[in-house]
Ligand binder design. Structure first.
Ligand SMILES: [Zn+2]
Length: 267
């Protein structure tokens, strides 16, 4: 059931949103009625999920097959030491419920893949990708494009992060994730947090950028990251963005697409 008016309690809880002219009661109701799916409850998912829950995004789904490991705790701030061995989705959901008991959280203790991506993503308005591998990113990108759902993507390595919003279904100019990264690199050559490390708060910065962009998208505010790749370099403490464009030969969103609901994630 969609909410049509804020209660007195909600007016207090979300007072710092409601006081913003750009948000107001109407915007807070949009957040309460929004459905966001988070892929991964790790370095990006931790801050993103905390802020989405606190902001009152009414329905939040979390997909993650993993359990909390002690090496996660250096950056995955939604989990705690006493939750080691517990599934990440339930650990994350508990913390989110403690922050904001009025939101609905759906836990999917599963790997995102070609078998479940379409069915899961169909149920949400917007998707945040916080996965740490190319196979998942392609699957999520393909499903989001085919289902016309905005995709807030980000990636991390060492002291750097990048982020973009993909809505290629909306425009002939904007790229999808595949347009920018058309080929999955050799897994042995791809730097991952597991193998090359990551400065903890860099994950926090990028997860917060994802949450910020998603709230703006729900509220219809400002200029989004569609058609731009934002690059964050913690070493020089610089943020810049570069323009991105559609690849006419893209297998998903180009002139002669070969990817359909039947073969999403194909590389
Ligand atoms: Zn594309």
């Amino acid at each position: 059931m969609s909410e049509i008016e804020l209660t007195d309690e909600q007016l207090e809880r979300y007072a710092r949103h409601v006081i913003l002219n750009e948000v107001d009661e109407e915007g807070q109701l949009k957040l309460l009625n929004a459905k966001v799916l988070m892929i991964g409850a790790g370095g990006l998912g931790s801050p993103a999920l905390l802020y989405l829950a606190a902001a009152g995004v009414g329905t939040i789904g979390i997909v993650d097959h993993d359990v909390v490991d002690v090496s996660n705790l250096q950056r995955q701030v939604i989990h705690s030491t006493d939750e080691l061995g517990q599934s990440k989705v339930s650990s994350a959901a508990e913390r989110m419920e403690a922050i904001n008991p009025e939101i609905t959280i759906h836990e999917y203790r599963d790997r995102i893949g070609p078998n479940n991506a379409i069915d899961l993503i169909r149920q949400y308005d917007l998707v945040i990708d916080g996965s740490d591998n190319f196979a998942s990113r392609y699957v999520v990108n393909d499903a989001c494009y085919l289902l016309k759902k905005p995709l807030m993507s980000a990636a991390l390595v060492r002291f750097e992060g990048q982020a973009s919003l993909f809505k290629a279904f909306e425009s002939d100019e904007q790229p999808c994730y595949r347009c920018i990264f058309p080929e999955s690199p050799d897994p042995d050559l791809v730097p991952r947090c597991d193998t090359v490390g990551i400065l903890g708060p860099v994950a926090g910065v990028m997860g917060c950028i994802q949450a910020t962009e998603v709230l703006k998208e729900i509220l219809g505010l400002g200029t989004n990251l569609a058609g731009r790749l934002m690059l964050f370099d913690a070493m020089d403490m610089e943020m810049r963005s570069i323009k991105t464009k559609k690849d006419r030969n893209c297998a998903l969103c180009g002139d002669h697409p070969t990817i359909t609901e039947e073969n999403i994630g194909k590389v």
